[in-house]
Design a protein around this ligand. Structure first.
Ligand code: ADP
Length: 401
């Protein structure tokens, strides 16, 4: 079945068409600058026509979806003859709160539910909803499924998701750990188990999703028992521009010292911190930082060391939480491509009986075991594919499989 996967932001809309029979992406693209001036990128991967770029007016998301559907059915560049060949649409939804513990068929009640939890993700959920409404208007007879970034983490026990604040902040405002990148953590932990010829219920796995945004999860016998992101994606690892864990009292201290608002501190911690901030604003991209560190830039070196050390601490914490670990997976932009980063992290993990195969570690974006055969824990590079995961979950729901 062809599934249209939509990931809608406030001014952008990413899409892929995935054929679930072959697991191949047959077309993909991006509408950008929606409501501003409009930019459209489209690629037919089935016939390898190359990237096509244009600048149509994209006044709103409905117009964006309409442009996407026209491109997909275009006699010259398209991959389908009519919209009937799209069996369902899968929407990535950032926050499902406690309400959504798995992917669901989109109904009026589900739309209200997503709207209700929007308070927890005010920048993301309303944008995700505009994508749902636009598809509904243009493809009223095509079933749609909501796939939540938070859902996989809903199996965490209260001891992992509760913050030690007065209880009423949880009961009144639902302040707790939710975690994000759930589709990726679920996909990688399941796929690596299948790759090893095992059922996910047989393994204790730590997934390190290390991209520009980054998070770690502990997956015990197929279920997430802890993850590093919290109420928002700011908690946990040091990221490209996010600070991750800090002493919460720092917020008030900075406000009293600099007289900037709480909002400005939040923006600073999300957009100007992480390896970007630590490197003195040099770059959030690991390629730039490693080049600078090699050339003797001490700030870049420090940024990379702080980043790796935080990942190491989380791996240790999650190995302790699960009383052991069988498999560690590196995924996302840095995890899949950066041999230095993986080697640096593994250099701390001798106590777990991990030995890295340095030659195997020299790999980019393909599935590979990078630990030696003797290593007590198997370490993998395992590319994530959130769009495929969304397409497969959508297919499973609409086909009842
Ligand atoms: P996100 O989805 O959070 O935006 P990605 O998972 O796409 O992030 O990761 C992007 C990051 O991956 C880049 O900022 C860069 O730091 C890193 N990256 C990508 N390719 C390489 C590479 N070849 N070597 C090292 N780092 C890389």
């Amino acid at each position: 079945m062809n599934i249209l996967v939509i990931n809608c932001g406030s001014s952008s809309l990413k899409f892929q068409v995935i054929d679930t029979d072959t697991r191949a992406c047959i077309a993909k693209g991006l509408c950008e600058r929606i409501g501003i001036d409009g930019a459209f990128t489209y690629e037919n991967l089935r016939d390898n026509t190359g990237k096509m770029k244009s600048n149509p007016e994209i006044a709103d998301h409905k117009m964006g979806i309409s442009i996407v559907l026209d491109a997909l059915t275009d006699p010259k560049t398209g991959v389908i003859h009519s919209l009937k060949e799209i069996g369902a649409v899968g929407h990535r939804i950032v926050h499902g709160g406690e309400k959504f513990t798995k992917s669901v068929l989109i109904t009026d009640d589900v739309i209200s539910g997503i709207r209700e939890v929007s308070e927890l993700a005010p920048l993301h959920n309303p944008a995700n909803l505009t994508g749902i409404m636009a598809c509904r208007a243009l493809m009223p007879d095509t079933p749609m499924v909501a796939v939540f970034d938070t859902a996989f983490h809903q199996t965490m026990p209260p001891k992992a998701y509760m913050y030690a604040l007065p209880l009423h902040y949880y009961t009144d405002y639902k302040i707790r750990r939710y975690g994000f990148h759930g589709t990726s953590h679920e996909f990688v932990s399941k796929e690596v188990a299948h790759y090893l010829g095992k059922d996910p219920s047989e393994l204790k796995t730590i997934v390190c999703h290390l991209g520009n945004g980054a998070s770690v999860s502990a997956v015990d016998h197929g279920k997430c028992v802890d993850t590093s992101m919290g109420l928002t994606p700011l908690e946990g690892l040091v990221m490209g521009t996010r600070c991750g864990d800090i002493d919460p009292a720092i917020v008030d201290y900075i406000m009293s010292k600099t007289h900037i608002s709480a909002y400005d501190v939040d923006q600073m911690m999300n957009k100007e911190s992480g390896v970007y901030g630590l490197s003195g604003g040099l770059s959030s991209d690991f390629r730039d930082l490693e080049k600078a560190a090699d050339e003797g830039n001490e700030k870049a070196k420090l940024a990379l060391e702080v980043w790796a050390y935080r990942v190491v601490k989380y791996i240790g914490a999650y190995a302790a939480a699960m009383n052991g670990v069988d498999v560690i997976c590196f995924t996302a932009g840095v995890g899949e491509n950066d041999a230095w980063a993986r080697a640096e992290i593994c250099s701390y993990l001798g106590y777990l009986g991990i030995t890295l195969d340095e030659k195997a570690n020299d790999v980019h974006g393909e599935i590979r075991q990078i630990s030696t055969p003797e290593s007590k824990v198997k370490v993998f590079v395992f590319p994530t594919n959130e769009e495929l995961a969304i397409a497969e979950q959508t297919y499973a729901i609409v086909s009842g499989k």
